[in-house]
Write a protein that binds this ligand. Structure first.
Ligand SMILES: Cc1cc2nc3c(=O)[nH]c(=O)nc-3n(C[C@H](O)[C@H](O)[C@H](O)COP(=O)(O)O)c2cc1C
Length: 169
């Protein structure tokens, strides 16, 4: 898929068939995540791929907006390493750029995906830290839920000329 077509047609997918995604597709999605830009090129990101049914179940119990995770069958939790990037704003942005790359890669592969937010909601980051047994310096920023999609969504044109400012506000 052409890059602009991927950007323009990507949508959040929340209905899945229950089939597993291929290992090679997972690897491609992860590689796309690693390619994202990061402040100072510190690349302060770590990725936890969850496919174990019990772990998935625990996550979907505490994350009320990630109820699609069990059927999707795969979640990629993108975490920030505070020791590599102490500036929390940059850490979140670095992880977010990576998440968006992975959403686009999944879409380009014909898979469905959705970004499930974690940081900075303590009721989400704390149980996620516990379930994944993350060390103290690793912060879960967001989760990419990915799977074989069972819904199609129409493209929405969100361009709004009134929000574009040239040279000055
Ligand atoms: C920071 C962030 C957190 C999000 N968290 C969730 C979530 O927890 N569950 C969910 O189903 N969608 C979540 N979304 C997806 C948004 O709901 C979705 O991107 C938005 O409604 C626009 O729809 P689209 O992705 O289909 O274009 C999140 C998106 C972002 C950027």
């Amino acid at each position: 898929m052409d890059i602009l077509e991927a950007i323009m047609t990507r949508r959040s997918i929340r209905k899945y068939t229950g089939e597993s995604i291929k290992e090679e597709d997972l690897k491609t999605i992860l590689k796309a995540g690693f390619q994202a830009p990061s402040a100072h090129n510190y690349q302060p990101r770590e990725y936890v791929v969850v496919r174990d049914k019990d772990i998935i179940e625990k996550i979907s119990e505490f994350h009320k907006y990630a109820k699609m995770l069990p059927k999707a069958g795969c979640g990629i939790i993108v975490c920030g390493d505070k020791t590599k990037q102490p500036e929390i704003g940059f850490l979140v942005e670095d992880c977010s750029a990576s998440i968006q790359n992975m959403l686009l890669a999944a879409h380009g592969l014909g898979l469905g995906a959705v970004w499930c937010g974690l940081y900075s909601v303590e009721e989400l980051t704390e149980p996620m830290t516990d379930v994944l047994e993350l060390p103290e310096h690793i912060i879960p920023i967001g989760m990419v839920v990915v799977g074989v999609k069972d819904e199609g969504k129409r493209t929405i044109d969100r361009y709004d000329e009134s929000k574009v400012h040239f040279d000055k506000w």
